[in-house]
Every structure is written in C-alpha cells, then in structure tokens.
Write a protein that binds this ligand. Structure first.
Ligand SMILES: Nc1ncnc2c1ncn2[C@@H]1O[C@H](COP(=O)(O)OP(=O)(O)OP(=O)(O)O)[C@@H](O)[C@H]1O
Length: 641
C-alpha cells in the first residue's frame, strides 16, 4: 500500500476542484493519481506530476524546476491566486530548483539520470522533469542532429565553387553575402542542414540549386536517392511544384553539362512525413525505423516548423546514418500543435550566425562568399550547419513590412503599416461579424460563380478550376469557438451565402461545401489538414464526392465515406500553415486569450500572397497578441548547444 502523507487529501481536493473548473485536464489529474499509486505519494511529487502533464497539453516538452519553484501560473495560463491555492494545498514545498531536484531525485517514481533506470514514468535530467516519452524523444532528436552536424562529407571545394557560380546569378548591387549560395555550400558538407527564412526568401529556390550542386559534384550522381517530404499533403505538393519549376529553369541554364531533367525524374512525388515513414493505423510506431531505415541518401523536409517532437524523433530514427537531412522552414512561425517547438529550438539563434573560424574559411573557399564579422561567433556544431535567408523576394511590399514589424514586436510600426492607404494591406477595426461575412461573400464569389455555371467542358477541368478559385481566398481565425471562431463564422457564412442564393445548404453534403479533414483516414487516403470541395459526380447523380487538389492533379472521395471533416470557409491559423492564399483575412476575437501570440499573427499575415485583411472587433487584442510571445519549455536548445 502506498504510504499516505498527511495533507495529500487537501491536494487531491484542490486538483479535483481545478479539474471540475476546466483549469486542469482530467488526464493531468489521472496522471497524478497514477504516479501517486506507484509509490510513496508525496504531495510535492503529485503536484509536480499534475503540472508536468498539464504543460504537456500546452505544448511544453518538460517542466523546468526553476519554473516550478517560481510558480508556473503563467505557463499554465492561470492567475497567481489559482497557483497559490494549489501550492498551499501541497505545502510544505521545497525551496528553489535545487530543493525540488533533491526531493524529486529521492522519489521512486522518478528516474534521476545519474542513477539506475527502473523504467519510472518521470525522468529528471539536470533541472528538467520529463514524462519519459518526451525525454526519450528530445534526447533522440538532440543526439541525432548533433551526430549528424558533426559528420562532415568530403567536398571538392574548387568544383563546388565553380558550380555555385554557374547556378547563382551574381548580384553585385545587393549588400552583404549571398546567403542562398552560402547555404548550399554549408548544406553540402554535412549530414544535416537547416535553411530557415521568412516567406519568399528563396528556401525552395536554394534547395533546388543545392540538388543541382549535389548531382553535379557527387561521383555517383545517378545513384543518389533524393526524397521530398512535408508535414501536410498540401505543403508536400507545393514543395514538389516549386522544386520542379526551379529545376526545370536550371536545366535550361546548365544545358548538356548536367542531365538535370533525367536526374530529377527519379525523385518521385513529395510525400507527407506520415506516408514517408510508413504510418500504420492504430499505432504510433512507423514501418520505417532504425531497424528498417528509409532508402534515401538525401531527405528534404519543408515546413519543418510544423514538425513536432515525436515526429522529428521518428524521422531521425528512420534516417540511415549516411543520409543527409535538409530542414527548410520559418523559425518564426507558430510551432506545431503537439508538444515541442523543434525547428524554433534547433535554430533559435540563426539570425546571429555564430559561425566559427573553420566555417567562415570553408564558406569563403567553397562559395567565394565572405561572412561579415557580425555573424562570426562560437556556435555549436548545428549552428555551423544552419543558414538563415534574409531577403524576401515576394514580400518587399506592405505585407512583408507588416510581417517584419509584427515579428519585431514593433507595435507603432504595425499600426502605421495597417493604417497606410493601399490595396495590399487593409484593416477593419471595431469590426462586426457582418464585415467578415461581406468579405467572405466577395472573396468566395469567383468560386461560387463557377459552381453555379457548372461544367462547360470536361468535368475534371471544371473541378480543378473550382478548387483553384476556392484556394485563392481564406478566412483565418485565432480561436475555434464563438462569434469570431471557426465554428461561429462557418455557420454564419453558410447562412449568408444561402440567403443570397449562392449556396443551397439544406443538406449535409451540399454542392460547393468546402471541407477540411480533421483526422488521418487510411481507408480513404485523406489526411488531417487536407481541404476539398464537395461537388456532384456526373457518373453517379445523388452521390456527391469531395474533390482534392494535389498540385494539378484532382483526386476524389465519395462524400458519404468521409467521417472526420468540418466546413472550411473559415479555418484556424494553425491549420493554415503550409498554405498560401491570394487574399487572406485574419479575424481576431473580441477578447484576448492565451493562444493569441505574436507567432500566430505573423503566421496569419504570411499566408497572404497578394492581399491581407485584418479584422478586429477590438484593436487592443492585436496589441496584446503582438506583445505576447510563444514560450515552450524544452531542453532541446541546451541539449544541442
Ligand atoms: N536569388 C534569386 N533570384 C531570383 N529569384 C529568386 C531568388 N530567390 C528566390 N527567387 C524567387 O522568389 C520567389 C520565392 O522563392 P521561394 O518560393 O523559393 O521562397 P520560399 O522561401 O521557399 O517561400 P515559402 O516560404 O513561401 O515556401 C520565387 O518566385 C523564386 O523563384
């Protein structure tokens, strides 16, 4: 029988109260009970277990003991009073991080890494407390990238330089080094590289040149197996499209010296990470792992900011030791919904460069580029393999200026850009929901017109056009519920379009209903985040299908077979990652809440390629969001440094 501590009942009562009030997940209180049941139930341990589990639900991969000692109210999204009450019910609590460490290290439910491992559910690593799974994933990612960053490939520097000069157009009028060229040289020499940068900074442009460079300099170019992947189907299709386009242009440039078309033909389609790793229904384990590694020499992963900790750990586990991993992404975007902010942690200081003398010399020899002094430093092995692209080609105008200002937390500049006259950026402040409905009606008009006109020629051509037009406009929300959330807005938009005679939405699968898949479904081959439009099937009247666009190809599923979908006139910013819309509307709610952060606003803005409209019922919410940064506790930065 577990030993009963004197004041544990007060703690359980408090945990129960918080859980009733919806402040603590039932899972967190159940986890605390599970931990208590495994041995001596000391109140501070139970408290730490409940907090750790709660933080996991909020995207943190561990609990820093210093945060626990200081009172993690902010991390938990509670007010100080709530925390004080919970802490008092578990008193007396240890003092400081060192006190907590000493207490936890003495609990049989905790594996202190300096002691013997009995498979305890909690792991104490330095002054961080982990759920075992997250500790395993985090150390696996840290070890994987460190090992790869330390593995150098032999590079024929003169040959590389020669090819880089051919692949990149020189830009004498641009100040500073050509970071794109430099990134290719850096990526070629290691088994891992991170290329980060805001939208339109040329990540795909650069990686296409990196592939050409690899084919041009590898002794066995025609045997190199290159795979392309991304977290979502849409991002994968975009990656493939942009790389094909860039390689095609390059093929014309390099001519007969490099059979680029032939080499890239072997590359195949870009895949989702789930499909690449061989996801199986009903298990978290993938078909590919250390024992059955992927058959690749180079793996390029786009939109890496969306890759969560567990997926990155699985990916590194499945990658053969000799293969090269290239991660592309924007470190300033929202992190994954699931725990971890892997890309953000791995290249947190990318803007500083921190290149050591050996890297600076190598870059000069292999690319001819000179790294300015400001970017010299003593970064670790991964910093030497990380390059941030700094010049946006697409976002020189107001959308780019707005994104930069938000990223810098410069409130005054944000307002200035938002208030400037122009067609690219618009702001509706003191807005009513009706403003969003008007925008939706105007923004979706081109797709609705085509829907009403019906197919004039081939059915598939019509379907493709309907999908393309639908993809040109989107309403993004910060929250799910309420008047300004996804559900409230979707309903209101449906009602409005029906009232205007633009849709007939009396039935579930009305023609034109846009839907987003909310869960992977292996039976129908649709994945979380896929967006399609419901349209009639001329071959089977009365049995509508949902059509999805993959690049230029159209795929469809019988609507009645889709289980986990929701209407998608409006969607969350989270789900919009990896997509881009000609006109993006970002609707913020009336009240601030914990999900409203700088990263969320930045991600929403950068989904717009031509026009961005911000809709705020209460402008103060925008200011508060910009001032609030996402903070995710993890040990990854410390572990890879
Ligand atoms: N050095 C360059 N010279 C000329 N054009 C360039 C250069 N770099 C990028 N571009 C062009 O700028 C545009 C954006 O580049 P690209 O799509 O590679 O950016 P990205 O960083 O991958 O964007 P996203 O984050 O949206 O995926 C493309 O049209 C590309 O051809």
């Amino acid at each position: 029988m577990p030993k009963v501590e004197p004041n544990i009942d007060a703690l359980w009562a408090e945990i129960g109260r918080l859980s009733e009030a919806g402040e603590l997940r039932r899972l967190s209180s159940a986890f605390a009970r599970f931990v208590a049941g495994l041995g001596s139930a000391s109140p501070p341990l139970v408290l730490a277990a409940a907090v750790l589990s709660e933080l996991e639900g909020r995207g943190h991969s561990c609990l820093q003991l210093a945060d626990l000692a200081a009172g993690p109210a902010g991390l938990l999204g509670w007010d100080q009073e709530q925390w004080a009450q919970l802490a008092a019910s578990a008193a007396p609590l240890p003092k400081g991080a060192a006190g907590w460490r000493k207490l936890l290290a003495g609990c049989e439910q905790v594996w202190d890494r300096t002691e013997l491992d009995y498979d305890q559910p909690l792991v104490l690593d330095g002054e961080r407390l982990y759920l075992r799974r997250y500790w395993r994933d985090e150390t696996q990612v840290a070890r994987g990238v460190r090992e790869r960053a330390g593995t150098a490939h032999a590079v024929d520097e003169a040959l590389v330089r020669d090819w880089l000069d051919r692949l990149f157009v020189s830009q004498p009028d641009v100040e500073g080094p050509d970071w794109q060229k430099l990134a290719c040289a850096v990526a070629l020499r290691g088994s891992v590289a991170i290329i980060t940068g805001g939208p339109g900074t040329g990540k795909t442009y650069t990686v296409a040149r990196l592939l050409a460079l690899l084919f041009a300099t590898a002794p066995d170019a025609d045997r190199q197996r290159v795979a392309l992947a991304a977290p979502t189907g849409k991002a994968a299709a975009r990656l493939k499209q942009s790389i094909d386009k860039a390689l095609n242009e390059l093929a014309d440039r390099v001519g007969a010296d490099l059979p680029l078309r032939k080499l890239t033909e072997r590359m195949g389609a870009a895949r989702t990470l789930h499909s690449l790793l061989g996801a199986r229904p009903d298990t978290r384990a993938f078909r590919h792992n250390r024992g059955n590694p992927l058959e690749v020499d180079v793996l390029i992963v786009d939109e890496a900011s969306m890759v969560h900790l567990e997926m990155m750990a699985s990916l590194l586990d499945a990658l053969p030791p000799g293969a090269t991993l290239i991660l592309l992404g924007d470190k300033d975007q929202l992190a994954s919904v699931e725990a971890g902010a892997v890309l953000g942690d791995l290249c947190h200081d990318a803007h500083l460069g921190n290149y050591d003398a050996a890297t600076v010399d190598y870059i000069r020899r292999a690319s001819g580029e000179v790294v300015p002094d400001a970017y010299h430093g003593g970064g670790g092995p991964l910093a030497q393999q990380t390059v941030m692209l700094r010049r946006s080609r697409r976002f020189g105008g107001p959308i780019g200026q707005l994104a930069l200002a938000v990223n810098a937390g410069d409130e005054a500049r944000v307002e200035q850009v938002l208030r400037a006259d122009g067609d690219e950026v618009r702001w509706i402040d003191h807005a009513q929901q009706a403003h969003v409905l008007q925008l939706a009606q105007a923004g979706y008009a081109p797709y609705l017109e085509l829907l009403r006109a019906g197919p004039q020629g081939e059915h598939e051509d019509w379907v493709r056009q309907v999908l393309q037009r639908f993809e040109a406009f989107r309403i993004l929300c910060a929250v799910r519920e309420g008047e300004w959330g996804v559900s409230g807005l979707n309903e209101a938009i449906e009602r409005r379009l029906a009232a205007q005679g633009l849709l007939r939405h009396g039935v579930e699968w009305y023609a034109g209903r846009p839907v987003m898949v909310t869960r992977n479904d292996y039976a129908t081959g649709v994945f979380n985040g896929d967006i399609g439009v419901t349209l009639p099937d001329p071959a089977r009247p009365g049995a509508p299908r949902v059509y999805f666009l993959e690049g230029d190809a159209v795929r469809s599923v019988l609507a009645s077979r889709l289980r986990n979908v929701e209407t998608a006139f409006a969607m969350t910013v989270h789900k919009s990652q990896g997509s881009e819309f000609r006109h993006t509307v970002l609707a913020l709610p009336r009240e601030s809440n914990a999900v409203l952060t700088r990263e969320l606003v930045y991600t929403g803005i950068t989904r717009a390629s031509k026009v961005f409209t911000l809709v705020t019922p209460n402008g103060a919410v925008l200011r508060e969001a910009i001032a609030s940064r996402t903070y995710r506790t993890s040990g990854l930065r410390a572990l890879v440094a």
